[in-house]
Design a protein around this ligand. Structure first.
Ligand code: GLN
Length: 298
């Protein structure tokens, strides 16, 4: 297959792009910024990867779409929508961003909405089981990153307390612990592309044929990823790359082309929006070369 050579070319072409590793979580600042990886998983269960594809990193905000899916599956759409809106905020991921009258966060892809989601999901185990089924292996928490973030998570605690004042979050400490634990699951790009492929396949796992979530749930999750997944760069992303996506401060980005493929890229250096600098460029190339933009006529 020519695909692995092509993926190597993409890594090479983007290798010169630099960014800054996140340092507000001390453990993340220690990661080697030269790491780069890419993986693709199709809805027919074909898999390709290149670069540091076995390197594990924490899932961080790429957990948000999956936690949102668990909440919708667990409680139903109306109950989730009553607490978390579906409007893009156009703001940074950690913005103190909730509706000033109701306390409702704007969407589930920024921290406020993800902390509210973690509260709704009910238990960390429910999330970890779901994510592990999608990845096809048992995912584990990186305890060093968990402890590191818990020691510096003042903004997230502030957000949770603010939402508790409005009754959106019941137990702020518990919701933040669960959210940070969810963000600390260790994955590689192959795990992420498999997870994204079930979203691409309408909720049916490409390998096992098992239905893991309702098709309607995947549509909801992908819609919010498309409008809100790249924070304050969401508009630029949708116009240049053109697929639903979600980034994380560890340097990963997942993308989903509905009906076709799940994609994951990784490189720890971030741009000014907190998205992987090299990862954004890799995704642009993949989208251009493979004609992935959803607004293409066909
Ligand atoms: N756990 C991180 C935080 O809450 C996730 C942020 C991210 O990946 N953008 O700050």
């Amino acid at each position: 297959s020519p695909v692995p050579d092509y993926l190597d070319e993409v890594l090479q072409a983007c290798g010169g792009i630099q960014g800054e590793t996140a340092d507000y979580i001390p453990e993340l600042a220690k990661v080697d910024p030269s790491l780069s990886a890419v993986a693709l998983s199709t809805v027919d269960d074909a898999h390709h990867s290149a670069g540091d594809a076995k390197h594990r990193f924490t899932i961080q905000s790429m957990s948000k779409p999956f936690a949102y899916a668990v909440a919708i599956e667990h409680l139903g759409w109306d109950a989730v929508h009553a607490k978390i809106d579906v409007e893009p905020s156009g703001e940074a991921f950690n913005e103190i961003s909730v509706d000033s009258e109701t306390g409702r966060p704007h969407n589930a892809m920024i921290n406020a909405g993800a902390i509210a989601t973690a509260g709704l999901v009910g238990s960390f185990e429910r999330f970890a089981d779901f994510a592990s089924r999608l990845a096809g292996r048992e995912l584990r928490v990186d305890e060093a990153v968990y402890e590191s973030e818990m020691g510096s998570t003042h903004r997230n605690l502030a957000l949770a307390h603010l939402m508790a004042a409005y009754g959106i979050v019941e137990d702020p400490r518990d919701a933040v612990e669960r959210y940070v634990r969810q963000c600390s699951l260790a994955v590689d790009v192959r795990d992420l592309s498999r997870m994204a492929a079930t979203l691409a396949n309408g909720g049916v796992h490409p390998e096992t044929g098992e239905r893991i979530m309702a098709e309607r749930t995947t549509r909801q999750v992908l819609s919010v990823m498309a409008t809100c997944g790249m924070y304050d760069a969401a508009g630029d992303w949708l116009s240049t790359v053109g697929i639903p996506a979600k980034s994380g401060v560890s340097g990963g980005i997942i993308g989903v082309l509905p009906g076709q493929v799940g994609v994951a890229v990784f490189s720890p250096g971030l741009d000014a929006h907190g998205n992987s600098a090299r990862g954004v460029e890799m995704m642009r190339r993949l989208s251009d070369d493979m004609g992935m933009h959803l607004m293409n006529p066909g």
